[in-house]
Ligand binder design. Structure first.
Ligand code: CA
Length: 225
């Protein structure tokens, strides 16, 4: 798990990084909102800890722009104030959770766990979301009594969708994570693999399905929502 920390108070940024590193998270730290947004958009992170009061661009604006760019990155917002209006403001702009400074390590870790948990529970060599279990070593997808093998790209796409369960994963993210940044894969390639995966989900009889948001991306969700 890789966590992006955006906090201009350096001692606090360091403390956050240390607490997370001790729990085996990988962290990157940046000190202003503009860098925060750039790093967050790289698609490399599993969650982001975002201070509100930042140089160059405040945390609310970073969150708003991330969501505008359809980034599914979970955001834990930090604020020195505990006014309700600030919390609403942040959540309106796309933050997923809130933490008021000062906080203790236990609280931080609990919130980061909660934020990243919805990215599918990885236990040993498998990832589980609802009735689906993805075997990471065997590259197969299991639902109840049924299972299917996935091709390499199908597997990578499925893992991405499961780890962002309920969130829209932009096509560009899929292309850059599965084909690589330098690739010339196009939207059509993604669509072909999504259609393979849909057939496999329906064969498995899973209650999950992949919804297309036109021109944006794909979302794994409970069918019929
Ligand atoms: Ca600050």
């Amino acid at each position: 798990m890789r966590i992006l920390i955006v906090e201009d108070e350096r001692h606090l940024a360091e403390a956050l990084s240390q607490i997370l590193t001790e729990q085996h998270y990988q962290t990157d730290v940046v000190y202003d909102g503009t860098d925060g947004l750039d790093y967050a958009l790289s698609g490399q992170y599993d969650a982001m800890i975002l201070d509100v009061m930042l140089p160059k661009m405040d945390g609310f604006e970073v969150a708003r722009r991330l969501r505008e760019a359809h980034s599914p990155l979970p955001i834990l917002m930090l604020t020195a104030k505990d006014e309700v209006s600030d919390k609403i403001s942040g959540l309106d702009r796309g933050a997923d959770d809130y933490m008021t400074k000062p906080f203790d390590a236990g609280e931080l870790l609990a919130r980061v766990r909660a934020l990243t948990r919805r990215q599918g529970e990885v236990v040993g060599n498998s990832m589980t979301v609802e009735d689906l279990n993805l075997r990471l070593d065997a590259r197969c997808l299991v639902c109840g009594e049924n299972s299917v093998r996935l091709g390499f790209k199908e597997f990578e796409i499925m893992r991405l969708l499961m780890s962002h369960f309920g969130l829209i994963v932009p096509k560009e993210t899929i292309i850059s994570k599965v084909w690589g940044l330098e690739s010339d894969a196009e939207d059509n390639n993604v669509e072909v693999y999504i259609s393979f995966l849909r057939k496999k989900l329906s064969f498995l009889g899973s209650k999950l399905s992949i919804r297309t948001t036109r021109k944006v991306g794909y979302c794994l969700e409970v069918a019929g929502l």
